[in-house]
Write a protein that binds this ligand. Structure first.
Ligand code: P6P
Length: 344
Protein backbone atom coordinates (compact mmCIF):
# COMPACT_ATOMS: atom_id res chain seq x y z
CA UNK A 1 0.00 0.00 0.00
CA UNK A 2 1.05 3.61 -0.37
CA UNK A 3 2.56 5.61 2.44
CA UNK A 4 0.13 8.37 3.43
CA UNK A 5 2.05 11.62 3.75
CA UNK A 6 1.66 14.14 6.59
CA UNK A 7 4.57 16.46 5.77
CA UNK A 8 3.63 19.43 3.52
CA UNK A 9 5.41 18.85 0.20
CA UNK A 10 4.26 20.64 -2.95
CA UNK A 11 4.70 18.98 -6.32
CA UNK A 12 7.17 21.67 -7.40
CA UNK A 13 9.42 20.83 -4.42
CA UNK A 14 8.99 17.09 -5.06
CA UNK A 15 9.98 17.49 -8.72
CA UNK A 16 13.04 19.60 -7.86
CA UNK A 17 14.10 17.07 -5.18
CA UNK A 18 13.73 14.28 -7.75
CA UNK A 19 15.80 16.34 -10.20
CA UNK A 20 18.61 16.68 -7.61
CA UNK A 21 18.80 12.86 -7.48
CA UNK A 22 19.85 12.84 -11.15
CA UNK A 23 23.10 14.78 -11.56
CA UNK A 24 22.69 14.76 -15.34
CA UNK A 25 19.28 16.46 -15.10
CA UNK A 26 19.23 19.82 -16.82
CA UNK A 27 16.02 21.06 -15.25
CA UNK A 28 14.24 20.93 -18.61
CA UNK A 29 11.97 18.11 -17.46
CA UNK A 30 11.15 19.98 -14.24
CA UNK A 31 10.26 23.13 -16.15
CA UNK A 32 8.15 21.10 -18.59
CA UNK A 33 6.21 19.57 -15.69
CA UNK A 34 5.76 23.06 -14.22
CA UNK A 35 4.14 24.23 -17.47
CA UNK A 36 1.92 21.14 -17.61
CA UNK A 37 0.78 21.72 -14.02
CA UNK A 38 -0.37 25.23 -14.96
CA UNK A 39 -2.55 23.75 -17.73
CA UNK A 40 -3.99 21.15 -15.33
CA UNK A 41 -4.84 23.84 -12.75
CA UNK A 42 -6.71 25.83 -15.42
CA UNK A 43 -8.56 22.76 -16.74
CA UNK A 44 -9.50 21.80 -13.18
CA UNK A 45 -10.97 25.28 -12.64
CA UNK A 46 -13.02 25.06 -15.86
CA UNK A 47 -14.25 21.56 -15.05
CA UNK A 48 -15.40 22.79 -11.65
CA UNK A 49 -17.19 25.76 -13.27
CA UNK A 50 -18.53 23.83 -16.28
CA UNK A 51 -21.96 23.62 -14.69
CA UNK A 52 -22.19 27.44 -14.69
CA UNK A 53 -20.46 28.14 -17.98
CA UNK A 54 -21.91 27.61 -21.38
CA UNK A 55 -19.15 25.11 -22.21
CA UNK A 56 -21.24 22.09 -21.45
CA UNK A 57 -22.69 20.42 -24.45
CA UNK A 58 -21.05 19.67 -27.75
CA UNK A 59 -19.29 21.61 -30.49
CA UNK A 60 -20.18 21.08 -34.12
CA UNK A 61 -16.81 19.36 -34.71
CA UNK A 62 -15.78 15.72 -34.46
CA UNK A 63 -12.34 14.24 -33.56
CA UNK A 64 -10.28 11.75 -35.60
CA UNK A 65 -12.36 8.91 -34.18
CA UNK A 66 -15.63 10.41 -35.37
CA UNK A 67 -16.56 11.26 -31.77
CA UNK A 68 -18.44 14.49 -31.11
CA UNK A 69 -15.96 16.93 -29.49
CA UNK A 70 -17.47 18.49 -26.40
CA UNK A 71 -16.61 22.10 -25.56
CA UNK A 72 -14.64 21.17 -22.41
CA UNK A 73 -12.57 18.78 -24.56
CA UNK A 74 -11.69 21.65 -26.86
CA UNK A 75 -10.90 23.98 -23.97
CA UNK A 76 -8.63 21.38 -22.32
CA UNK A 77 -6.89 20.65 -25.62
CA UNK A 78 -6.20 24.32 -26.34
CA UNK A 79 -5.10 25.01 -22.75
CA UNK A 80 -2.45 22.27 -22.82
CA UNK A 81 -1.16 23.39 -26.22
CA UNK A 82 -0.94 27.06 -25.14
CA UNK A 83 0.85 26.14 -21.88
CA UNK A 84 3.31 23.74 -23.51
CA UNK A 85 4.18 25.13 -26.96
CA UNK A 86 6.66 27.88 -25.99
CA UNK A 87 8.74 26.47 -23.07
CA UNK A 88 11.47 25.14 -25.37
CA UNK A 89 11.16 21.58 -24.00
CA UNK A 90 9.07 19.96 -26.76
CA UNK A 91 9.66 19.40 -30.46
CA UNK A 92 6.02 18.44 -31.12
CA UNK A 93 2.83 17.27 -29.40
CA UNK A 94 0.04 14.79 -30.22
CA UNK A 95 -3.49 14.84 -28.85
CA UNK A 96 -6.58 12.66 -29.11
CA UNK A 97 -8.35 15.78 -30.36
CA UNK A 98 -5.88 16.53 -33.17
CA UNK A 99 -5.48 14.20 -36.17
CA UNK A 100 -1.94 15.24 -37.07
CA UNK A 101 1.09 16.29 -35.02
CA UNK A 102 0.83 19.61 -33.19
CA UNK A 103 3.88 21.62 -34.27
CA UNK A 104 5.77 24.08 -32.11
CA UNK A 105 5.22 27.59 -33.57
CA UNK A 106 8.29 28.64 -35.53
CA UNK A 107 9.02 31.59 -33.22
CA UNK A 108 9.62 29.24 -30.26
CA UNK A 109 12.65 27.03 -29.43
CA UNK A 110 12.32 23.27 -29.86
CA UNK A 111 13.35 20.79 -27.18
CA UNK A 112 14.20 17.13 -26.77
CA UNK A 113 10.83 15.76 -25.62
CA UNK A 114 7.47 14.94 -27.19
CA UNK A 115 4.17 15.09 -25.29
CA UNK A 116 1.10 12.96 -26.05
CA UNK A 117 -2.16 13.58 -24.22
CA UNK A 118 -5.83 12.85 -23.95
CA UNK A 119 -6.99 16.30 -22.84
CA UNK A 120 -10.22 15.08 -21.33
CA UNK A 121 -10.73 11.33 -20.98
CA UNK A 122 -14.32 10.28 -20.31
CA UNK A 123 -16.01 12.84 -22.57
CA UNK A 124 -19.32 10.98 -22.41
CA UNK A 125 -19.38 11.71 -18.67
CA UNK A 126 -18.80 15.48 -18.89
CA UNK A 127 -22.46 16.52 -19.03
CA UNK A 128 -23.55 14.15 -16.26
CA UNK A 129 -20.99 15.38 -13.71
CA UNK A 130 -19.11 12.08 -13.51
CA UNK A 131 -15.33 12.01 -12.95
CA UNK A 132 -13.15 12.82 -15.97
CA UNK A 133 -9.40 13.25 -16.34
CA UNK A 134 -6.40 14.34 -18.39
CA UNK A 135 -3.82 11.69 -19.34
CA UNK A 136 -0.26 12.48 -20.50
CA UNK A 137 2.77 10.61 -21.78
CA UNK A 138 6.28 11.98 -22.42
CA UNK A 139 9.07 10.51 -24.57
CA UNK A 140 12.56 11.78 -25.37
CA UNK A 141 12.82 12.51 -29.10
CA UNK A 142 14.70 9.98 -31.23
CA UNK A 143 15.19 11.88 -34.53
CA UNK A 144 18.93 12.39 -35.20
CA UNK A 145 18.90 16.16 -35.78
CA UNK A 146 17.32 16.81 -32.39
CA UNK A 147 16.90 20.51 -33.24
CA UNK A 148 14.12 20.74 -35.83
CA UNK A 149 10.44 19.93 -35.57
CA UNK A 150 9.45 16.57 -34.13
CA UNK A 151 8.63 13.72 -36.51
CA UNK A 152 6.19 10.83 -36.26
CA UNK A 153 9.19 8.59 -35.43
CA UNK A 154 9.63 10.56 -32.20
CA UNK A 155 6.14 9.45 -31.17
CA UNK A 156 5.97 5.88 -32.48
CA UNK A 157 8.01 4.41 -29.62
CA UNK A 158 7.03 1.48 -27.38
CA UNK A 159 5.55 2.54 -24.04
CA UNK A 160 8.55 1.11 -22.17
CA UNK A 161 10.49 4.16 -23.47
CA UNK A 162 8.27 6.75 -21.75
CA UNK A 163 10.29 9.10 -19.51
CA UNK A 164 7.17 10.17 -17.63
CA UNK A 165 3.45 9.39 -17.59
CA UNK A 166 0.52 10.40 -15.46
CA UNK A 167 -2.93 11.86 -15.17
CA UNK A 168 -4.98 14.54 -13.48
CA UNK A 169 -8.33 13.33 -12.15
CA UNK A 170 -11.18 15.82 -11.72
CA UNK A 171 -13.27 13.99 -9.13
CA UNK A 172 -14.45 14.89 -5.63
CA UNK A 173 -11.03 16.53 -5.48
CA UNK A 174 -8.49 17.15 -8.22
CA UNK A 175 -5.45 14.90 -7.94
CA UNK A 176 -2.34 14.28 -9.99
CA UNK A 177 -0.71 10.86 -10.22
CA UNK A 178 2.53 10.46 -12.13
CA UNK A 179 5.73 8.46 -12.48
CA UNK A 180 9.15 9.02 -14.00
CA UNK A 181 9.95 5.33 -13.63
CA UNK A 182 10.91 5.54 -9.95
CA UNK A 183 7.54 4.67 -8.42
CA UNK A 184 4.11 6.31 -8.39
CA UNK A 185 3.32 9.42 -6.37
CA UNK A 186 -0.03 11.11 -5.85
CA UNK A 187 -0.71 14.80 -5.22
CA UNK A 188 -4.00 16.38 -4.21
CA UNK A 189 -4.86 19.91 -5.34
CA UNK A 190 -5.80 22.59 -2.80
CA UNK A 191 -7.40 25.32 -4.93
CA UNK A 192 -7.38 27.75 -2.00
CA UNK A 193 -3.59 27.96 -2.20
CA UNK A 194 -3.20 26.75 -5.81
CA UNK A 195 -0.83 23.94 -4.81
CA UNK A 196 -0.69 20.18 -5.45
CA UNK A 197 0.36 18.53 -2.16
CA UNK A 198 2.02 15.10 -1.94
CA UNK A 199 -0.59 12.75 -0.44
CA UNK A 200 0.61 9.22 -1.36
CA UNK A 201 4.26 8.24 -1.88
CA UNK A 202 5.46 5.14 -3.77
CA UNK A 203 1.95 3.79 -4.28
CA UNK A 204 1.78 -0.04 -4.46
CA UNK A 205 -1.51 -1.75 -5.35
CA UNK A 206 -2.77 -5.01 -3.76
CA UNK A 207 -1.69 -8.14 -5.67
CA UNK A 208 -5.32 -9.26 -5.95
CA UNK A 209 -8.79 -7.82 -5.36
CA UNK A 210 -12.21 -9.26 -6.16
CA UNK A 211 -13.45 -6.47 -8.40
CA UNK A 212 -13.58 -6.22 -12.18
CA UNK A 213 -14.16 -3.27 -14.48
CA UNK A 214 -15.56 -3.86 -17.98
CA UNK A 215 -18.53 -2.78 -20.08
CA UNK A 216 -20.76 -5.86 -19.67
CA UNK A 217 -23.00 -4.41 -22.36
CA UNK A 218 -20.49 -5.82 -24.85
CA UNK A 219 -20.84 -9.41 -23.52
CA UNK A 220 -22.52 -10.59 -26.71
CA UNK A 221 -19.56 -9.38 -28.79
CA UNK A 222 -16.84 -11.16 -26.80
CA UNK A 223 -15.29 -14.54 -27.64
CA UNK A 224 -16.15 -17.59 -25.54
CA UNK A 225 -12.89 -17.49 -23.52
CA UNK A 226 -13.59 -13.97 -22.26
CA UNK A 227 -17.25 -14.75 -21.57
CA UNK A 228 -16.13 -17.73 -19.47
CA UNK A 229 -13.81 -15.46 -17.44
CA UNK A 230 -16.60 -12.98 -16.79
CA UNK A 231 -18.95 -15.83 -15.83
CA UNK A 232 -16.21 -17.22 -13.54
CA UNK A 233 -15.66 -14.02 -11.55
CA UNK A 234 -19.41 -13.89 -10.81
CA UNK A 235 -19.70 -17.54 -9.78
CA UNK A 236 -18.72 -18.23 -6.11
CA UNK A 237 -19.14 -21.98 -6.72
CA UNK A 238 -15.51 -21.80 -7.93
CA UNK A 239 -14.55 -21.17 -4.34
CA UNK A 240 -13.97 -17.41 -4.38
CA UNK A 241 -16.05 -14.55 -3.05
CA UNK A 242 -18.13 -13.10 -5.86
CA UNK A 243 -16.46 -10.13 -7.54
CA UNK A 244 -17.90 -6.60 -7.53
CA UNK A 245 -18.40 -4.85 -10.85
CA UNK A 246 -17.13 -1.26 -10.88
CA UNK A 247 -17.25 0.58 -14.25
CA UNK A 248 -17.25 4.39 -14.45
CA UNK A 249 -16.85 4.73 -18.22
CA UNK A 250 -13.80 6.95 -17.68
CA UNK A 251 -10.73 4.71 -17.92
CA UNK A 252 -8.53 7.04 -15.88
CA UNK A 253 -11.07 7.00 -13.03
CA UNK A 254 -11.38 3.20 -13.11
CA UNK A 255 -7.58 2.89 -13.11
CA UNK A 256 -7.30 5.37 -10.22
CA UNK A 257 -9.57 3.12 -8.14
CA UNK A 258 -7.55 0.04 -9.14
CA UNK A 259 -4.25 1.73 -8.20
CA UNK A 260 -5.69 2.23 -4.71
CA UNK A 261 -7.74 -0.93 -4.12
CA UNK A 262 -6.62 -3.42 -6.77
CA UNK A 263 -8.79 -5.38 -9.21
CA UNK A 264 -8.78 -5.63 -13.01
CA UNK A 265 -9.78 -3.24 -15.80
CA UNK A 266 -10.47 -4.63 -19.25
CA UNK A 267 -11.33 -3.14 -22.60
CA UNK A 268 -10.88 -6.27 -24.77
CA UNK A 269 -11.19 -6.71 -28.48
CA UNK A 270 -14.52 -7.98 -29.68
CA UNK A 271 -16.22 -9.10 -32.91
CA UNK A 272 -16.92 -5.47 -33.89
CA UNK A 273 -13.62 -3.93 -32.69
CA UNK A 274 -10.90 -6.65 -32.57
CA UNK A 275 -8.37 -4.04 -31.39
CA UNK A 276 -10.57 -2.72 -28.58
CA UNK A 277 -11.39 0.96 -28.10
CA UNK A 278 -8.74 2.54 -25.88
CA UNK A 279 -5.88 4.35 -27.63
CA UNK A 280 -2.45 2.83 -27.11
CA UNK A 281 -0.30 5.97 -27.16
CA UNK A 282 -2.14 8.43 -24.91
CA UNK A 283 -4.47 6.25 -22.83
CA UNK A 284 -3.10 2.70 -22.43
CA UNK A 285 0.68 3.36 -22.37
CA UNK A 286 0.66 6.03 -19.63
CA UNK A 287 -1.84 4.12 -17.49
CA UNK A 288 0.07 0.86 -18.03
CA UNK A 289 3.35 2.44 -16.88
CA UNK A 290 1.65 3.63 -13.69
CA UNK A 291 0.07 0.19 -13.13
CA UNK A 292 3.43 -1.57 -13.55
CA UNK A 293 5.26 0.95 -11.38
CA UNK A 294 2.62 0.29 -8.68
CA UNK A 295 3.32 -3.47 -8.86
CA UNK A 296 0.56 -4.46 -11.31
CA UNK A 297 0.43 -5.97 -14.79
CA UNK A 298 -0.78 -4.58 -18.14
CA UNK A 299 -1.17 -6.72 -21.27
CA UNK A 300 -3.33 -7.04 -24.37
CA UNK A 301 -4.47 -10.39 -22.96
CA UNK A 302 -1.14 -11.95 -23.86
CA UNK A 303 1.66 -9.45 -24.53
CA UNK A 304 2.94 -6.67 -22.28
CA UNK A 305 1.37 -3.51 -23.74
CA UNK A 306 4.47 -1.42 -22.97
CA UNK A 307 6.42 -3.62 -25.43
CA UNK A 308 3.97 -3.10 -28.32
CA UNK A 309 5.56 -1.29 -31.27
CA UNK A 310 3.02 1.33 -32.43
CA UNK A 311 2.32 1.99 -36.11
CA UNK A 312 -0.10 4.89 -35.74
CA UNK A 313 -0.43 7.58 -33.07
CA UNK A 314 -4.18 6.99 -32.78
CA UNK A 315 -4.19 3.19 -32.87
CA UNK A 316 -6.21 1.22 -30.32
CA UNK A 317 -5.27 -1.97 -28.49
CA UNK A 318 -7.08 -4.51 -26.31
CA UNK A 319 -6.10 -4.04 -22.66
CA UNK A 320 -6.18 -6.04 -19.41
CA UNK A 321 -4.56 -4.14 -16.55
CA UNK A 322 -4.56 -4.11 -12.77
CA UNK A 323 -3.53 -6.41 -9.92
CA UNK A 324 -1.00 -8.96 -11.12
CA UNK A 325 -2.90 -12.06 -9.88
CA UNK A 326 -6.16 -10.86 -11.45
CA UNK A 327 -4.58 -10.14 -14.85
CA UNK A 328 -2.71 -13.47 -14.90
CA UNK A 329 -5.98 -15.25 -14.07
CA UNK A 330 -7.80 -13.50 -16.94
CA UNK A 331 -4.92 -14.31 -19.34
CA UNK A 332 -5.25 -18.01 -18.46
CA UNK A 333 -8.89 -17.91 -19.61
CA UNK A 334 -7.88 -16.04 -22.78
CA UNK A 335 -5.45 -18.95 -23.47
CA UNK A 336 -8.32 -21.40 -22.99
CA UNK A 337 -7.12 -22.68 -19.61
CA UNK A 338 -10.22 -22.98 -17.44
CA UNK A 339 -10.23 -23.89 -13.71
CA UNK A 340 -12.51 -26.64 -12.42
CA UNK A 341 -14.84 -26.19 -9.52
CA UNK A 342 -13.55 -27.51 -6.17
CA UNK A 343 -14.98 -30.87 -5.06
CA UNK A 344 -17.95 -30.02 -2.88
P1 P6P B 1 -17.58 2.43 -23.46
C1 P6P B 1 -13.98 7.34 -22.66
O1 P6P B 1 -14.60 7.80 -23.84
C2 P6P B 1 -13.19 6.08 -23.01
O2 P6P B 1 -12.25 6.36 -24.00
C3 P6P B 1 -12.50 5.54 -21.76
O3 P6P B 1 -12.11 6.53 -20.87
C4 P6P B 1 -13.55 4.63 -21.18
O4 P6P B 1 -13.00 3.58 -20.38
C5 P6P B 1 -14.20 4.05 -22.44
O5 P6P B 1 -14.07 5.06 -23.45
C6 P6P B 1 -15.67 3.74 -22.22
O6 P6P B 1 -16.13 3.13 -23.42
O7 P6P B 1 -17.62 1.74 -24.80
O8 P6P B 1 -17.63 1.44 -22.31
O9 P6P B 1 -18.59 3.54 -23.28
Amino acid sequence: MAFRVNKLVTIERHISEQQELHSSATGSFSRMMRDLLLALRIISREVRRAGFNDILGVTESQNVHGEQVKKLDEFANETIIRAMDHGGHLCAMASEESEGLIEIPEEYERGNYVLLFDPLDGSSNIDVNVTIGTIFSIFRRVTPDRVGNGHEDDFLQPGNRQVAAGYALYGSSTCLVYTTGQGVNMFTYDPTVGEFFLTQENLQMPDRHNSYSINEGNYHKWNDELRRYIDFVKDPSYGHASYSLRYIGTAVADIHRILQHGGIFMYPGDKKNPNGKLRLMYEINPLALLIEQAGGRATDGKNRVLDLNPEDIHQTAPVFMGSKANVLEAEAFVRGEFPSRPDN
